[in-house]
Design a protein around this ligand. Structure first.
Ligand SMILES: [Zn+2]
Length: 279
């Protein structure tokens, strides 16, 4: 079996003492690739350092999580864009490498007071994604309807001002609705507005979760696996630190739920993640 953890935070302090053992355990469990979600510009160098030790196994992303907004978002956006450009562009300014923009989005669970700033940084990061044709990793917490409204406005009002004749005009946003917690109808609406897949992890396995219902409605062709480690460990590890090897537990749960073989789940979700993320 070969599966992909499309969302983990291996540079978190929770992994300081045993990150290498975790990566090894993940590979033994069939997790051949792991995407490291980035929450702000200070994390990016650490992510790059860890990825450099594990080429073709660990993959980086870059972005500003709504909870990691600085007081001055203009300065923070500029610093993040410099890192993005250093990674993606040659000295001549040509696009030579891609990586996902993430994790980005809206979070109205912890703090509603700076929603205007959340919108500004999401808009800027969507602009980058469209300009360089990069996938996005979306964190939407207690804000799914707000996100859909924003997405609709972003696309119809053409917040992104592409030069006339620029092929970007026809480009669609694409990416992962990570740790998806909306309903099936909202997922379908998002998938009309962009090429989005649903990221499914530990919450799928929890009692009274509504993710199983969404997963059945959306189908395996639009699903990728993730852990969000060190958070949200799947059953039977719930309550403990999550780690990428537990992607296999979610895959098994998903297979049973959708009446598929584990191999079918592995093959389809891996293909989905590879196509979407370019990893
Ligand atoms: Zn995350």
């Amino acid at each position: 079996m070969k599966i992909i953890d499309t969302h983990c935070h291996l540079i978190s302090k929770a992994f300081t003492s045993d990150v290498e053992a975790c990566i090894l355990r993940a590979q033994e469990a069939g997790v051949g690739k792991m995407l490291l979600a980035c929450c702000d510009e200070t994390e990016f160098p650490l992510i790059m350092e860890l990825c450099a030790k594990h080429p073709d196994v660990l993959f980086p992303s870059i972005g500003i999580h709504p909870e990691n907004m600085a007081d001055n978002i203009e300065v923070q956006l500029a610093a993040t864009k410099r890192l993005l450009d250093n990674y993606c562009l040659s000295e001549e300014g040509e696009l030579i490498r891609r990586l996902p923009i993430g994790e980005i989005g809206f979070d109205l669970y912890w703090d509603k007071t700076r929603f205007d700033d959340q919108k500004k940084i999401l808009q800027a990061q969507f602009d980058w994604a469209l300009a360089y044709d990069l996938p996005v990793l979306l964190h939407i917490r207690d804000a799914m309807q707000e996100f859909l409204d924003f997405l609709h406005l972003y696309l119809t009002k053409k917040y992104y001002k592409a030069p006339i004749g620029d092929p970007i005009k026809n480009r669609r946003l694409r990416g992962i609705l990570h740790c998806y917690s909306g309903n099936a109808e909202q997922a379908r609406e998002a998938m009309k507005l962009g090429d989005f897949m649903i990221g499914v992890g530990g919450t799928l396995t929890y009692k009274n979760s509504r993710v199983p219902e969404v997963v059945k409605a959306i189908g395996i062709d639009n699903i990728v696996l993730e852990t969000d480690s060190p958070y949200l460990a799947p059953i039977p590890h719930r309550g403990r630190r999550n780690e990428p090897s537990y992607t296999a537990d979610t895959a098994r749960f998903l297979a049973e739920l959708l009446d598929l073989t584990l191999e079918e789940v592995a093959k389809t979700t891996t293909k989905n993640a590879e196509n979407l993320l370019g990893i």
